[in-house]
Design a protein around this ligand. Sequence first.
Ligand code: NAP
Length: 316
Amino acid sequence: MEKRKLVIIGSGPAGFTAAIYAARANLNPMLFEGFMSGPSGGQLMTTTEVENYPGFPEGILGPELMIAFRNQAERFGTKILTEDVEWVDLSKRPFVVKGSNTQVQAESIIIATGATAKRLDIEGAGDGEFWQKGVTACAVCDGAAPIFRNKPLFVIGGGDSAVEESVFLTKYASRVYLVHRRDQLRASKIMAERALKHPKIEILWNSAIEKISGDQIVKKVLVKNLVTGAAEEREAGGVFFAIGHQPNTGFLKGQLKTNETGYVLVRPGTTYTSVEGVFAAGDVQDPTYRQAVTAAGSGCMAALDSERWLSEMGID
Ligand code: NAP
């Protein structure tokens, strides 16, 4: 079985940045970019214009940015495999990584498999319906798009993300409706206050969106009151899911310590996980910031941590 000093699992900003740094440090990394698990490039592949990634004053398309990341990783010699990782064995070193076609031994591993924004199975919200045509799961990424300007926008959720996204969207929307299934927000007190006091935000308590409709883009939503059962059609320019993320850690089968939601735990200020020689970067270990630029930054940290750890172990 082939043995590598470093295997990187994941192909978003964290994985590719780790690969760029590791390849330039002569670690000869192998990177599993996924296949059925989602597009190479991660969440930015499903977004349009990225205007908050530094260095691109005019903005750049998400897929374009990720292709550039990938090319840069390859340019310095990263071996990229278009395969999903089925399982890993972290019980002893060298570790084993099993992809759909390739099995490889790894002295160290960087987990950078990201997180997936949860979506709701609402009529009209699916792929091929209004998904990415007014329905999205990231206000910060997509909210500034022209289709949302001066329109009533609907955010679903009641946590900190839902409040943060609602406040963010007030910059563009004519009005923001926060649709929450209960009569109390889950968000922290200070965040909840922000939504409750904001003149442009209205909270639709005990409510759910039952249907999204429109022509080329979203035009209307059907909002149902879950207590009275009354349903009302409202004009809408967009619907934003803010009901949490699910970190992509199924293949780890509990071999790394995680928090209760499944985010990989790292030693604060580092990318060290609970298993020595295994590092985690990007959204898979970050429930808070979840930005491309922070993911890229932690990918860099993981490569440096792994390089130093390999050197301490005498694996040069
Ligand atoms: P979250 O705290 O898990 O909240 C998810 C919200 O979505 C909840 O209000 C939940 O309703 C609702 N929800 C879940 N499933 C739903 C469904 N099927 N249908 C309708 N509603 C549904 O997630 P989050 O807001 O993304 O926050 C995640 C973590 O990041 C938290 O620890 C949060 O504090 C942190 N965060 C912090 C900040 C900040 O400090 N600036 C910003 C963003 C996130 P229920 O309330 O009824 O369960």
